[in-house]
Design a protein around this ligand. Structure first.
Ligand SMILES: Cc1ncc(COP(=O)(O)O)c(C=O)c1O
Length: 419
């Protein structure tokens, strides 16, 4: 038995899908302690959009540590935070005409979601929140309450209150007018549902199986929120930071949410940081009302600023659009013809191959086969039936194409295994 099996809790998860011991990493490559090279199509679940150990970011982190830059300061003012905020305002907020305030939350994504829900309830005086079927927002009490998956909810089922799930336009609901349905729930004084403080959503449901909401639907949802005085919260934790080809995933619809959660790749280097952006009128927490020891990670400020510079200097988000076409073309020409029951979905550099219509177990067979061929890739969606392709935005074309070939071979292997 390894030290991991002996000492670490049963709750461990990803190490079960990828049973090797990793040691170093560079770009889109992970290396094990015995020197094996794995290509990364998982990307730290979206925390490594700029690749592993991106030198532009890491050189600045090393410089900062060497000059004894402060490493922990709660939410005190520091030069690292000052520089991050200045760059975030000039590169992200100002060009989009946004004057949202920035709140640094506890270091993981779930804490930004907790803060958003708490703030929405405080600002509106209402308790209910609408979330969507297929949503994933985190694993703590409030964020789990707006997460739909039964497996995630099981252990806290009785405590997940004040949330009503609305149908996301997918599957059975794809042709159903979900916006009209929500309106009807709000208008009907016998719907049994209170007017919510907020509606929270991912514009691309990532853990939900790469389900991309159409721009028109997002626009209609924004209009509905305006009409009824409901706050719109976009959870950009997994698909923000350039993943869809624009910094924020909602930009494709030309909407501006009232609140936005960001985490994962906001530090650019895999260092934990999360933040909540809020319209200035919603800046109603009193000092310390959402306190925490690790709010604002100083090293993450350094690499987060460098990440925004790197994205600008390398035209990274336009590159995502170019690479999107490589992936789309490959999936359409090489994967879909393998079986008419396969389907693909995606945008930017997040894509899914859905095996559900054939056999949900095939996504696992394909994932295992990919790993045997040195590709790290995750599954998502209903019953984990979707193979999720999510490489770093910086992945070189040759690696991207090689990874896609491994996925194709694994898909053929899985289809044959099904007979
Ligand atoms: C959309 C979304 N929101 C929130 C979270 C929770 O973030 P964290 O795992 O850092 O708490 C995740 C994590 O995968 C996510 O994908």
């Amino acid at each position: 038995m390894s030290i991991f099996e002996e000492v670490e809790s049963e709750v461990r998860s990803y190490c079960r899908s990828f049973p090797v011991v990793f040691d170093t990493a560079e770009g889109s490559h992970l290396y094990t302690k015995d020197g094996k090279d794995y290509l990364d199509f998982f990307d730290g679940a979206g925390a490594l959009n700029y690749g592993h150990n991106n030198p532009y970011l890491m050189d600045r982190a090393v410089e900062y540590i060497r000059r004894k830059g402060i490493t922990h300061a709660l939410d005190m003012s520091t030069t690292a935070k000052e520089a991050f905020l200045e760059t975030f305002r000039s590169e992200i907020l100002a060009p989009r005409g946004m004057d949202h305030k920035v709140m640094f939350c506890g270091s993981t994504g779930t804490n930004a979601v907790e803060a958003a829900l708490k703030l929405a309830r405080k600002a509106t005086g209402r308790d209910t929140v609408f979330a969507f079927s297929g949503a994933f927002h985190g694993m703590s009490l409030g964020s789990l309450a707006v997460t739909s998956g039964n497996d995630s909810r099981r252990s806290l089922k009785g405590s997940l209150n004040s949330v009503v799930f609305m149908p996301f336009p997918y599957g059975f609901n794809k042709t159903f007018d979900t916006i009209a349905y929500i309106k009807n729930v709000l208008d009907d004084d016998h719907s049994g549902v209170d007017k919510p403080a907020a509606i929270i959503l991912e514009t691309v449901q990532a853990e939900g199986g790469v389900i991309v909401a159409e721009a028109e639907w997002l626009l209609a949802l924004r209009a509905l929120c305006d009409e009824y005085g409901i706050l719109l919260i976009c959870d950009e934790i997994q698909v923000g930071c350039g993943r869809t080809g624009t910094f924020f995933s909602f930009e494709r619809a030309g909407i501006i949410p009232d609140m936005i959660t960001l985490s994962k790749s906001i530090s650019g280097a895999g260092f934990p940081m999360s933040l909540l952006l809020m319209h200035p009128s919603l800046d109603v927490f009193t000092p310390g009302e959402h306190n925490g020891t690790f709010r604002g990670n100083q090293l993450a400020f350094i690499t987060g600023k460098a990440a925004l510079e790197f994205a600008k200097n390398t035209n990274l988000f336009a590159e995502v659009k170019r690479k999107e076409e490589i992936v789309r073309t490959f999936l359409e020409n090489e994967i879909l013809p393998l079986d008419p029951r396969l389907s693909i979905r995606g945008i930017g550099l997040i894509w899914g191959i859905e095996f559900r219509e054939i056999d949900i177990r095939l996504s696992k067979t394909a994932q295992v086969r990919c790993f045997e061929n040195n590709l790290v890739i995750e599954r998502a969606g209903r019953e984990d039936s979707v193979l999720k392709l999510m490489p770093a935005l910086t992945i070189p074309d040759a690696d991207l194409k090689r990874g896609l070939e491994i996925v194709k071979e694994a898909t053929i292997f899985a289809l044959h295994s099904a007979g």
